[in-house]
Design a protein around this ligand. Structure first.
Ligand SMILES: [Zn+2]
Length: 199
């Protein structure tokens, strides 16, 4: 396996890139307990994008983990989780935004995963209508029998990682979450690493 790209994404920043079919994207939580909000699109038809509902329905589970296939609205297999040191990742809680920080915590914020997504997508000619319910890597959102759910303290080890094989050419967009008002980043946003491998 050859590393074709290796990049540190600083705390609170976004990243995007095209992963060629068959290549592998590795996302590493360098310091531990750092949520990474993630969207992906068919690079050759970005209108066909990651669908949380198709992904949940096809696998019959609300979490994403090893062997989960990330499906698009159109039923295309975009990526497959081929390695996962964590076990399960959130699909239902979406991204932090300035409006939902105000609604949830009563705070005015100027940085959020939504803003990061907007900026990263603009570089690919996509607008905010391309933002859909995303995957939250390394984020624990237990769902209880009564339907209640919330962000839990994940306490993940440094260098926790997921590896995703692109099943078609994929545009991946992620936000290294800047949230400071719940435990998803341990109240300490930290850098992550993005690696692309070919083999
Ligand atoms: Zn966030």
């Amino acid at each position: 396996m050859q590393t074709v790209h290796d990049e540190i994404v600083p705390a609170k920043k976004s990243w995007s890139g095209v992963i060629k079919a068959g290549d592998i994207l590795v996302i590493t939580d360098l310091e531990g307990q750092q949520a990474v909000d993630f969207l992906c699109y068919d690079a050759n038809d970005p209108a066909d994008r990651y669908s949380a509902t198709n992904t949940v329905k096809v696998q019959g589970n609300v979490y994403v983990g090893l062997n989960t296939v990330l499906f698009s609205d159109g039923g295309t297999a975009l990526m497959t989780v081929i390695e996962d040191t964590v076990g399960k990742h959130d699909t239902v809680y979406g991204c932090c935004s300035n409006p939902n920080n105000l609604l949830r915590y009563g705070v005015e914020t100027t940085e959020s995963c939504y803003s990061n997504f907007e900026g990263a997508l603009a570089a690919h000619g996509l607008g905010k209508d391309a933002i859909v319910p995303n995957i939250n890597w390394f984020m624990s959102v237990p769902i209880l029998d009564d339907g209640s759910a919330g962000v839990a303290n994940a306490e993940l080890k440094p260098n926790s990682h997921v590896s995703l094989r692109a099943e078609t050419d994929v545009l991946a967009v992620l936000s290294n979450c800047p949230q400071m008002h719940n435990p998803c980043n341990g109240y300490n946003p930290s850098p992550i690493k993005v690696t692309m491998q070919r083999g």
